[in-house]
Design a protein around this ligand. Structure first.
Ligand SMILES: [Zn+2]
Length: 297
């Protein structure tokens, strides 16, 4: 199988990172997309994947940096002659999100205009996602793949359920955290996994700053805690991702982040701090994700 890190950034617009999106491609060519943040569709094309060939999407939670490319993905797939309804799995609220997007929602005018063309009428089902709102446990299983999820700790559950994921396919196990503070559920989902792809939003120095200034809430995993999770789960490899723009050199991003991040500290050198802190507790194979990074398992 092949994993393509389509987007590795967090919630702000970042010139160097698209937002969260991970594409798993099995040896038989089947694609499974986990999260669909800004840039996911364009990144698929850059990775030589036709969005119309991606029939399965799982949304870990409904923060915009995990879902905002979804309408673009669906409309692009329609225009790229996708056949069949796209399958969308996600937390409670996913159906509401989809029902307010397409022919009865925000893109009603686009749907009306575009569906007037005979060629677009041939695959209207591509604009009508089949939605499954999931609960902890096995959420999808076929001959190729088994996908289990559990609640992780990111948002209050009454606001939005947030899921971590365990995928079993081709005799391998891959776990993906979504966004979360350190939690037992993620350790269990990642148990003995061949690869754990886990969020690592801020370096320790940023977390210390945010604690001191009282800016922002914190429901992410620190690099030190991530090392502990990887070791406790006994994973065979770790990919850190969902970086909160701390490595950016963009003046626009720095100005935008000034209210809640220690801008003077920002820069690519912080990746060294990230690695050193993960390494306090984890000695196995480690990679820091960048956009379009490809992992063959
Ligand atoms: Zn996020």
């Amino acid at each position: 199988m092949k994993i393509t890190m389509l987007g590795t950034g967090a919630a702000l617009p970042d010139p160097d990172r698209a937002q969260s999106a991970i594409l798993l491609t099995l040896n038989n060519g089947r694609h499974y997309l986990f999260d669909c943040g800004e840039g996911a569709t364009r990144q698929m094309v850059r990775a030589n994947v036709d969005p119309a060939s991606v029939g399965f999407v799982f949304l870990t939670h409904l923060h915009h940096d995990h879902i905002c490319d979804y309408p673009y993905f669906v409309i692009s797939s329609w225009m790229l002659n996708k056949t069949g309804a796209p399958l969308l799995l996600g937390p409670k609220g996913t159906r509401h999100f989809v029902n307010h997007l397409f022919e009865h929602g925000a893109y009603h005018t686009d749907f009306q205009a575009r569906s007037a063309y005979p060629v677009r009428q041939q695959n209207l089902e591509a604009m009508r996602p089949e939605v499954l709102e999931v609960s902890p446990g096995v959420v999808f299983e076929d001959n190729d793949v088994k996908i289990s999820v559990d609640w992780v700790e990111h948002l209050p559950r009454e606001v939005c359920e947030c899921f971590g994921v365990r995928v079993e396919a081709e005799g391998k196990v891959i776990a993906f955290s979504g966004d979360t503070a350190p939690c037992e559920a993620m350790v269990n989902l990642a148990r003995d996994a061949d690869l754990l792809i886990h969020e690592c939003t801020f370096p320790e120095s940023f977390i210390a700053h945010r604690a001191k200034t009282g800016v922002g809430t914190y429901s992410h995993t620190s690099p030190t805690a991530l090392g502990e999770i990887a070791t406790r789960a006994n994973v065979k490899g770790l990919v850190a991702t969902h970086f909160g723009h701390f490595d950016s050199t963009s003046p626009v991003l720095k100005r935008a982040a000034a209210k809640h991040l220690p801008v003077d500290l920002m820069g690519p050198h912080l990746m060294d701090e990230i690695v050193a802190d993960i390494r306090k507790h984890y000695g196995g194979p480690l990679r820091l994700a960048h956009d379009l990074m490809r992992i063959d398992l």
